[in-house]
Design a protein around this ligand. Structure first.
Ligand SMILES: [Zn+2]
Length: 326
């Protein structure tokens, strides 16, 4: 299950991975926390379209349905309202009634209900920075973490379905400086113009995230492009993403990348599969039994001393002493 803030986020973050798992026979569900009602029209060709200006929410529902069909996934609207991206100095307050201002118990219960109904083994979401600082993305992280913690707890939201504990939780980490740099260098090596030079110069040098898991999915990049373009109001088909030829993207960076944040099953790093440690599709019953059992112990929380430390991140808490319990 992939939890996202807005329709279109599912097509720009982890879409090829989802398409690959669908082809492998997995059932995949996208959850959109909001309807994307406050998104701007980012496609210059559609900016003056009267129908779009009249009913953006309906346009985005149609776009999402098209992308869902292309990717072969299920989809649930969580039903909250887009907070919009506040701009200005000082930033204006968030609009009343938006996702970013909803009480976390309310949004968490809504997601717990969907988790208990769909019963995923693996959940993906954004890291604590939201991937980028949109209030809905940060809230998507907060709600996903709270719902992952509550879904298996029979005392939490007892009216929201039978307890079900997803076994692994990942953050999407596909949009890295390393990826843009790789595209930039490949374009220049072939004498093509790179749209990334300025971008890379002004890239705010944050500590790189830990990538624990690279999923090979280059065969599904074309499908991912189609899904992204289905969100026609949100994507400029002449934008920088599409300046890198498909074959080059497949060759230079054939994976989508993830950061394992929490796991109830033992893991060994690095991984190449979000379902690593959960057994095969044929014996999914075992994972089902675990997800129903309750009382599971966290086997990996991103700070396991045997896991991939991130020495470049000064915010990382100190590693525990040898033998220390966490
Ligand atoms: Zn978004």
């Amino acid at each position: 299950m992939a939890v996202h803030a807005h329709p279109d986020d599912e097509s720009s973050k982890g879409a090829a991975t989802m398409a690959r798992y669908v082809a492998d026979g997995c059932e995949v569900r996208v959850v959109s926390c909001t309807g994307g009602e406050r998104g701007d029209v980012l496609n210059p060709a559609l900016q003056q379209d009267p129908e779009i200006l009249r009913d953006m929410p309906e346009v985005r529902r149609r776009e999402m349905a098209a992308a869902q069909h292309i990717l072969g996934v299920g989809h649930t609207w969580l039903g909250f309202v887009d907070s919009g991206l506040p701009e200005g100095d000082p930033l204006p307050p968030l609009p009343p009634g938006c996702f970013g201002l909803e009480p976390v118990e309310v949004t968490t219960e809504a997601l717990v209900r969907v988790i208990r109904e769909f019963r995923p083994h693996v959940l993906t979401t954004y890291d604590e920075r939201g991937g980028y600082p949109h209030p809905d993305h940060v809230m998507c992280h907060t709600v996903s973490m709270a719902a992952f913690g509550a879904a298996g707890d029979p005392t939490a939201f007892p009216h929201a379905g039978e307890p079900w504990q997803p076994l692994k939780l990942y953050y999407n980490q596909s949009h890295s400086k390393a990826l843009l740099l790789a595209y930039h260098e490949a374009l220049e090596a072939e004498g093509l113009e790179s749209p990334y030079a300025e971008w890379l110069k002004s890239w705010e040098d944050r500590a790189p995230r830990t990538v624990t898991t690279r999923v090979s999915c280059a065969d599904y990049f074309a499908l991912r492009d189609r899904a992204l373009l289905a969100h026609a109001t949100q994507v400029d088909p002449d934008g920088s993403w599409f300046k890198v030829p498909l074959a080059m993207r497949q060759r230079v960076w054939p994976t989508e990348d993830f950061e394992l944040a929490l796991s109830y099953v033992p893991v060994s790093m690095p991984e190449d599969d979000l379902f690593a440690g959960l057994g095969t599709l044929d014996d999914a019953d075992k994972a089902d039994t675990m997800a129903r059992a309750g009382e599971l112990g966290i086997a990996y929380d991103g700070t396991d001393p045997t896991g991939p430390a991130d020495p470049a991140d000064p915010a990382d808490p100190a590693q525990p002493e040898e033998g220390g319990e966490r």
